[in-house]
Design a protein around this ligand. Structure first.
Ligand SMILES: CC(C)(COP(=O)(O)OP(=O)(O)OC[C@H]1O[C@@H](n2cnc3c(N)ncnc32)[C@H](O)[C@@H]1OP(=O)(O)O)[C@@H](O)C(=O)NCCC(=O)NCCS
Length: 150
């Protein structure tokens, strides 16, 4: 696994990974490049496997904006490594906490985050539109960082 910082030149590759990970949320290359240009935002990319995490750190806090690993590369610890490395980067940027929103029905992601020490601090009712047209809640998760590497 080789993680590196992504730049706006990687936006098309990031959009392609994102499209394989999220069916209802289209982030095109232009949207990803625009996010990357916002202050405090960084992306760590595992180019070989096809996975990345985008985080914004500002004002002593940080937030996972998105995380995805291509289906063929899942369950190899790539997301875990991405979250751990991004949390260390956020600490370097002055953050002491890391937040994220996750679909309450996304058992894989919730297992990942809880295993890394995140706890539930809120729920946003009907936050996501699901493929079947229904709305699904988001959980707001929080962890103090740096996370424990276990
Ligand atoms: C969620 C996601 C990022 C996990 O990526 P991954 O690289 O497969 O995750 P890892 O291999 O690092 O898994 C680490 C731990 O998370 C948990 N986990 C991951 N996928 C899981 C699954 N499908 N079911 C149950 N637990 C799972 C396990 O505890 C796993 O450890 P283990 O493999 O030793 O049991 C990936 O499934 C994905 O991209 N999904 C679609 C996009 C998404 O939901 N992003 C998160 C939005 S907040």
């Amino acid at each position: 696994m080789r993680l590196r910082d992504a730049s706006s030149a990687d936006a098309p590759a990031l959009a392609a990974i994102h499209a394989q990970c999220f069916s209802m949320e289209v982030w095109d290359a232009a949207a990803i490049a625009a996010l990357l240009a916002t202050p405090g935002t960084f992306v760590l990319l595992d180019e070989d496997a096809g996975g990345f995490i985008m985080v914004r750190a500002a004002g002593g806090e940080s937030e996972v904006l998105t995380l995805g690993v291509k289906p063929a590369a899942r369950r190899r610890g790539i997301a875990k490594a991405l979250v751990l490395s991004a949390s260390e980067r956020a600490v370097e940027a002055g953050a002491a906490v890391l937040f994220l929103e996750v679909n309450a029905a996304n058992n894989a992601a919730i297992a990942l985050y809880k295993g890394l020490g995140f706890g539930e601090v809120g729920r946003r009712k009907d936050y996501y539109l699901a493929p079947h047209g229904m709305r699904e809640d988001a959980l707001v998760l929080r962890a103090s960082i740096p996370l424990m590497r276990v």
